[in-house]
Design a binder for this molecule. Structure first.
Ligand SMILES: *Cc1c(COP(=O)(O)O)cnc(C)c1O
Ligand code: SF4
Length: 351
């Protein structure tokens, strides 16, 4: 068994976060009701890194919106698990939806708690929950030769301590049918100091690794973040990015264009722009699909293919991701779309 422990980190949770926030917000820039924040955080915990906290300038700016709790999260709409992840989980810690690749939920720890998180249902109330037992997951991967790629997600796999991560990567390296690993992480932007020489050596030691960094706004690519990303590329990791399209954060073409251009300059290839999943407690972040398509169309006219990610929707019910464009979908009116999944099957999606 590989127990998971969190690395020591510079982040603030709950009341400590709110008092740091109070000290940062300008007197005249509007104030949140801290009792409200706490009420929401009692249900969905709050956490931010020092690096991101220092980017907050005022109430409801793009960094504030992503990490400071809001009473809007208490709205009774959406589902705990809209993608039916539970149903595609053959053993604890594995999501197996496509034949050749699986997601391994390697760590429940995150450097931050993004208010729009798909896996809000898994957030542990206190800390990061019990250490995950990855043995069943590793056994499943070992016994399933069709699996060519393992995508480490969570939570954030780079929040595991180096020696735990080393154990996990070494174990995966012994499974010969697994050719490539992918890591989904918010660490390089959120907590760049975590990208140590030791971590880079650990990541470089085993199978080829692709790292998709989660970044939603150009402000997140601070100087320390840019440095961490540069070190990762220099170390031989192949970097891509994932962005979630979020109302009030990045739902305008200027922000997206700047974000993708900045990523590209840092040698990160923008991979996916996600339409937000209709998770319970995130409705106030949803951008209509029509608007997303318009933003993409505008970007397509101005920036090149290497800089433009694919706009994707993860179909409710576990039908997988579809690339959204006018070829893959048809508008049926009243917020209803007809879309084709990766296997060619047609579904209706109600916004
Ligand atoms: C997104 C996802 C993947 C990876 O899909 P790609 O299109 O290869 O990025 C794999 N498994 C699950 C369950 C996913 O949600
Ligand atoms: S870093 Fe990812 S898994 Fe963690 S809270 Fe944010 S969106 Fe969720």
């Amino acid at each position: 068994m590989i127990p998971i422990k969190l690395a020591k980190q510079a982040h603030f949770s709950g009341r400590a976060f709110f008092s740091e926030l109070a000290a940062r917000l300008p007197e005249n820039g509007g104030r949140p009701d801290y009792e409200d924040l706490q009420r929401v955080a009692d249900i969905y915990p709050a956490r931010i890194t020092k690096n991101f906290l220092e980017l907050i300038q005022k109430v409801d700016d793009p960094i504030y919106r992503q990490f400071v709790p809001s009473v809007e999260e208490l709205a009774e709409c959406g589902e705990a698990d809209p993608l039916a992840e539970q149903a595609c989980s053959p053993v604890e810690g594995i999501l197996h939806r496509y034949p050749d690749r699986v997601v391994l939920l390697a760590s429940s720890g995150c450097p931050v708690r993004c208010r729009f998180c798909l896996r809000k249902r898994l957030w542990a109330k206190e800390g990061d929950g019990a250490p995950a037992d990855l043995e069943p997951a590793l056994g499943y991967i070992k016994n399933t030769p069709a699996i060519k790629e393992v995508i480490l997600s969570g939570g954030d796999p780079l929040m595991m301590e180096n020696d735990r991560l080393e154990d996990l990567l070494a174990r995966l390296a012994t499974i010969s049918h697994v050719r490539v690993l992918r890591i989904h992480t918010r660490v390089p932007a959120a907590q760049p100091e975590r990208v140590s020489q030791n971590l880079l050596e650990t990541l470089g030691r085993h199978k080829p690794i692709f790292v998709n960094i989660h970044v939603n706004h150009p402000l997140e690519l601070s100087a320390p973040a840019a440095k961490a990303i540069g070190l990762m590329v220099d170390a031989g990791l192949v970097l891509g990015s994932q962005t979630v399209l979020l109302k009030g954060v990045n739902d305008n073409s200027k922000t997206l264009e700047a974000l993708f251009a900045d990523l590209y300059t840092l040698r990160v290839r923008p991979y996916y722009l996600h339409h937000l999943d209709r998770v319970k407690g995130v409705a106030h972040f949803i951008v209509p699909i029509k608007k997303g398509l318009e933003l993409m169309e505008g970007l397509r006219q101005r920036i090149g293919g290497m800089t433009l990610p694919a706009f994707v929707l993860d179909l409710p019910g576990g039908w997988g991701k579809v690339r959204l464009d006018s070829n893959s979908m048809k508008y049926l009116g009243q917020g209803k779309w007809q879309v084709k999944d990766f296997a060619g099957q047609t579904h209706e999606y109600q916004e």
